[in-house]
Ligand binder design. Structure first.
Ligand code: 5GP
Length: 242
């Protein structure tokens, strides 16, 4: 497998083509952004941590029957080999607790524990601020079919539960998690694409309630890299890695 051209240069990741048209290389940057790119900073070592955490979580989903774009890690700890996908510009956010923008929207205290798990469908469009979208609107814009949306919801329910249980074993509470999807270039199946890490999920220490995720940056709490390091170490211990 040979790394070829830069085909996408995002805020926090780069994607390179390879000599296999169905495979790409993801490279995680040391940059963190929030509020749709309005707030931005560099944290040395962050890319290596989000890449390693994401590799563990995506690999865990693969191993437990949920298809993702992740294939394997590479020699450089900031890089991973992934399946090429056609992006579906939708996000599904899984909430075990109500935090962040949903807490503001519903007027409840941050961390409110709802009576049931909540799934929110959002239009992945930075210019519009990733607004909530409903199924009819998503189908009307030809972003996905109703059947594909059903499949995505099923994937999110299964993945949300698997990650909640894994993180619980690691002493971390999964508060919420954002999932993105694509159609795999090799099989056409809808699979989870993009990363799963403290950049895209809220993760709280089960004992202390301390935030171990991107809220450290959003809320100016400091210690972003050490917190991500704690998540990685706890996951390695829970899965008996290294
Ligand atoms: P909120 O709506 O409170 O901003 O985010 C809810 C959850 O989804 C959080 O875990 C957040 O990290 C994740 N999330 C939602 N949209 C985005 C996004 O555009 N980028 C990233 N990195 N995470 C997002």
């Amino acid at each position: 497998m040979v790394k070829d051209k830069l085909i996408f240069n995002g805020n926090e990741k780069q994607v390179f083509s390879t000599d296999d048209p169905c495979q790409v290389i993801f490279r995680y940057k040391d940059v963190t952004t929030a509020f749709h790119g309005v707030k931005r900073a560099r944290f040395a070592g962050k890319g290596a941590l989000t890449s390693q955490i994401s590799a563990i979580l995506l690999g865990y989903l693969n191993d437990n029957g949920v298809e993702t774009h992740f294939i394997r890690t590479l020699g450089d700890e900031r890089e991973q080999l992934c399946r090429m996908i056609e992006i579906i510009p939708l996000e599904v956010v899984f909430h075990n607790r109500i935090s962040g923008s949903l807490a503001s929207k519903l007027g409840v205290e941050d961390g409110f524990k709802p009576s049931n798990t909540i799934l929110d469908l959002c239009y992945n469009n930075d210019e519009l601020g990733d607004p909530l979208i409903n199924r009819d609107q998503a189908v009307a814009l030809r972003l996905a079919t109703y059947q594909e949306l059903d499949g995505m919801y099923d994937i999110v329910r299964r993945s949300g539960q698997l990650l909640t249980d894994l993180l619980d074993r690691a002493g971390i509470e999964l508060v919420d998690a954002k999932f993105e999807f694509g159609r795999a270039a090799d099989t056409g199946a809808i699979i989870i694409s993009d990363e799963i890490s403290p950049d895209t999920c809220r993760m709280w220490d089960k004992e202390t309630g301390e935030r171990l995720d991107k809220d450290r940056f959003r809320l100016d709490l400091g210690d972003l890299v050490p917190s991500y390091g704690i998540v990685l170490e706890k996951l390695k211990t829970a899965l008996d890695l290294e």
